[in-house]
Design a protein around this ligand. Structure first.
Ligand code: PGA
Length: 240
């Protein structure tokens, strides 16, 4: 199981202090070798976090990247090569918070290609909005996001999918288990052999319900991952 901590726009150097708890937990938690933990902090913390986690098997990733992997006059932007250079092994692409800010499927496709060229693994986010869900066009929306996002990418082996219904992010609301199972299945049929994660309001209270959905390969945790205790709790409960 994969557990991805998406810190979003959170954290300073002092936020790294509690990571030793996660580190210690990970080292002593030998129950299941399939456990993978990936931290995606803001870019400012990638380097110090990678250093802090150097001796552990916890990996570090970024939350977004520019679509070009060469240097260029793009003020405020960081590309996938630069992220790799400071210790990132993964990058989240297509998060709904960036889609809502204007990121198109085409741009997402360019970003994924650029990240793969730079040797990063990609956590590719897809998900429908509440109005799309109400219109019952979830599968159509996901299909389009997948098709355009992965356009002309022949090798998907380094792309993980994070299904994050927009209406579930930061709201405390999670999909019904049977609906989630069906949607994850739909995604898995579209992208053969790909691991599919769920994200959206994952917390220590709802993890027991979520973990029972057997086709989920991991969780993308936003708010709750900023608190090491909660994040550890989520992982522990998943394996209990
Ligand atoms: P949340 O965020 O857990 O705070 O809902 C998840 C995400 O946006 O990846």
């Amino acid at each position: 199981m994969y557990f991805i901590a998406n810190w979003k726009m959170y954290g300073g150097l002092n936020s790294l202090n509690s990571l030793h708890k996660v580190n210690k937990f990970f080292k002593t938690f030998k129950k299941n070798k399939s456990l993978r933990i990936i931290y995606c902090p803001p870019n400012t913390l990638i380097r110090p976090m990678s250093k802090k986690l150097k001796k552990s098997n916890i990996e570090v990733g970024a939350q977004n990247c520019h679509e070009k992997d060469s240097y260029g006059p793009f003020t405020g932007s960081v590309n996938s090569k630069m992220l790799k250079n400071v210790g990132a092994k993964y990058v989240i692409v297509g998060h709904s918070e960036n889609r809502q800010a204007g990121e198109t499927d085409k741009l997402i496709n360019q970003k994924i290609k650029s990240a793969l060229r730079s040797g990063l693994k990609v956590i590719f986010c897809i998900g429908e909005t509440l109005s799309q869900k109400r219109k019952k066009i979830t599968n159509k929306v996901l299909n389009k996001q997948i098709k355009l996002g992965l356009n002309k990418i022949r090798n998907n082996s380094k792309v993980f999918i994070a299904y994050e219904p927009v209406w579930s992010i930061g709201t405390g609301v999670i999909p019904k288990s049977n609906e989630l199972f069906t949607t994850i299945n739909f995604i898995k049929k579209k992208i053969k052999k790909s691991k599919v994660f769920y994200g959206g309001s994952v917390n220590p209270k709802n993890i027991n319900e979520l973990k029972s959905i057997i086709n989920i390969d991991g969780f993308l945790v936003g708010g709750a991952s900023q608190d090491s205790k909660k994040f550890i709790d989520i992982i522990k409960k998943t394996y209990n």
